[in-house]
Design a protein around this ligand. Structure first.
Ligand code: DGJ
Length: 556
């Protein structure tokens, strides 16, 4: 279809949408130890892709929607920027939002919106021109030499309230324009952080720093002492473990204490914005963090964002947020992802490095960590061929969604992940009466893997190019279908089995490859002989994603 016809169809869909009855607002619901995103009454697993920062305007994005759909995405994670929706103070223009809604609906996809408001990657580059150009009215943070930064200071109610007014207008607009909830969640701000110093030194910030730690924070820390992030507890204890005093008295005057101070104030600001937005439309909301490079100290990395060691501070200050989320561009995916499941935080990864491993990281996140969703960055730049790794892995997630949704939070799944080609370490998990031992095997990709020649931003392109495209990824997930039956989804996995019952040996009763259609298993072929090493193991061959269903038995 020509772009103009697509736009016409999209507009028609938008106007029809307005006539639909309001659907249940997406929300989180507990199941066992997990919390699931519920959309249209069903658990919804986000097979997402985040757009590059400047790719969300409808006319630019329109040609990419068919590709995003073909990659088996069910959700596009898209920025909405303050400068575009409020170009003049108090005058809102939601054309970009309406275009996204219409095009997403026309392709049967959902949206997670990212509010690029006061902060985007520590800076305030998405604030409208009328905010940027008036620092007397909209005060900026200052460094310790008193120089202004292009960063709105969180210590000024005028900044917070002006941002809040725009965010509320956005949610009010969605309430009217999106009764069917094409938008399933909203991220509030983007990668908040202080850099290159750990805290704001503007006069109001100095005054706040010299004042007492609010009782609300002290009470929260005292009440939750047993489960506090160990790093936070260590900073507090190192300063003497006081239960009252100035910020420097309670948390020390070093960068770690300064970071806690900033985290509290950023989170309070975000709480104000999110709570006001939720009062209009109570969509699930979250904040995301840029993670820490090894060995960096507060001030050297974007500090005070919703990082694992600050999770308690953010929780205490911003209860309107449903969860905190990591943007994972580093190789040690599993440890960062795991850190975001601390004290019941549901895992959603709004940004991940778009590299071959993303395809197995997704399976690991859903299978091992009960994730709500996974979403590689700059997805519209993907050069994945039809049979790309992410496309294939998202196809498996699509097929398995009813099963994953049923099993999340119930201790009946596990993930397998080889984080680097060099790691030869097999992985062992116990599920019920069986021990599963997986080893990994990679294949050379048929062509240059996705994620190299694409624009993903200067910060992360070096990581993508870090020698990771030489092989296909290896990893996957396993679901216990019954006491002695398992379903494997993945690539490059060889799994052996052992019984937990002494004296018993494990045998493979049957192994089949197949697929799920509408939640029903469709048999493709029995695997035996060379494919199971004559009954010794199962093998999901390197270079190809597959589903295998295995029945085990015991013998002496
Ligand atoms: C993380 C940010 O959140 C994104 O908006 C983008 O700037 C990427 N980094 C670039 O790699």
């Amino acid at each position: 279809m020509k772009p103009s016809l697509v736009a016409g169809a999209a507009l028609l869909a938008l106007s029809m949408a307005a006539a639909l009855p309001a659907a249940e607002v997406p929300h989180l619901r507990a199941q066992g130890t997990a919390r699931q995103l519920i959309v249209d009454g069903q658990p919804f697993l986000v097979r997402g892709g985040e757009l590059g920062n400047s790719s969300g305007e409808p006319d630019f994005l329109r040609p990419s929607w068919p590709k995003l759909k073909a990659m088996n995405l069910n959700t596009v994670v898209a920025p909405v920027s303050w400068d575009l929706i409020e170009p003049q103070e108090g005058k809102f223009d939601f054309a970009t939002v309406d275009g996204l809604l219409a095009d997403a609906r026309a392709h049967g996809l959902r949206l997670v919106l990212l509010w690029f408001g006061s902060w985007k990657n520590s800076m305030s580059c998405y604030a409208p021109a009328w905010v940027k150009a008036d620092p007397a009215r909209f005060p900026r943070s200052q460094d310790s030499a008193g120089r202004g930064m292009e960063v709105l200071s969180p210590f000024h109610a005028v900044n917070r309230d002006t941002d809040t007014r725009a965010f509320v207008a956005l949610l009010r607009h969605l309430k009217a324009a999106d009764p069917q909830h094409t938008v399933v969640m909203v991220q509030v701000e983007n990668e908040i952080g202080m850099i290159p110093e750990a805290r704001d030194h503007s006069p109001d910030a100095e005054k706040a720093f010299a004042g007492p730690v609010p009782a609300a924070l002290m009470d929260y820390l005292a009440k939750n002492r047993a489960t506090l992030a160990p790093e936070l507890l260590a900073t507090w204890n190192a300063a003497g473990g006081r239960t009252a005093g100035t910020w420097a008295e309670v948390f020390g005057s070093g960068p770690a204490g300064e970071e806690i101070f900033m985290a509290w104030h950023f989170a309070l600001y975000v709480q104000h914005v999110a709570a006001a937005g939720k009062a209009e439309l109570p969509l699930p909301m979250f904040a995301n963090a840029a993670l820490i490079r090894p060995g960096y100290q507060p001030g050297q990395y974007p500090s005070a964002g919703p990082l694992p060691h600050l999770i308690d501070v953010w929780r205490a200050a911003a209860p309107a947020l449903d969860f905190l989320a990591p943007d994972i561009y580093f190789q040690n995916f599993s440890s960062w992802a795991q850190a975001y499941t601390r004290s019941g935080n549901p895992l959603f990864i709004p940004e991940a490095l778009r590299c071959p491993e993303a395809a197995v990281n997704a399976l690991y996140a859903f299978g091992q960590l009960d994730a709500i969703g996974f979403s590689p960055f700059a997805i519209e730049s993907s050069t994945e061929p039809g049979a790309g790794y992410l496309t294939a892995s998202f196809d498996l997630v699509r097929q398995l969604t009813p099963l994953l949704a049923e099993k999340q939070g119930r201790g009946q799944m596990a993930g397998f992940l080889q984080e680097s080609a060099e790691s030869k370490q097999p992985q062992q998990v116990r599920l019920g009466r069986w021990i599963l031992r997986a080893s990994f095997e990679r294949a050379a990709p048929p062509q240059l893997a996705d994620g190299l020649a694409v624009v993903i931003g200067t910060e992360n392109s070096a990581l993508a190019a870090g020698g990771r495209a030489g092989t296909a990824p290896a990893g996957g997930l396993v679901i216990a279908l019954g006491e002695d039956e398992f379903l494997f989804a993945g690539i490059g996995l060889t799994v052996t089995f052992a019984s937990t019952e002494g004296g018993q040996q494990a045998g493979i009763l049957s192994c089949a490859e197949g697929r799920f259609e509408n939640g029903e298993w469709q048999h493709l072929r029995w695997l035996n002989g060379d494919q199971t090493h004559q009954g010794r193991h199962i093998r999901l061959e390197p270079g190809r994603f597959a589903l295998q269903r295995v029945k085990l038995y015991r013998y002496r």
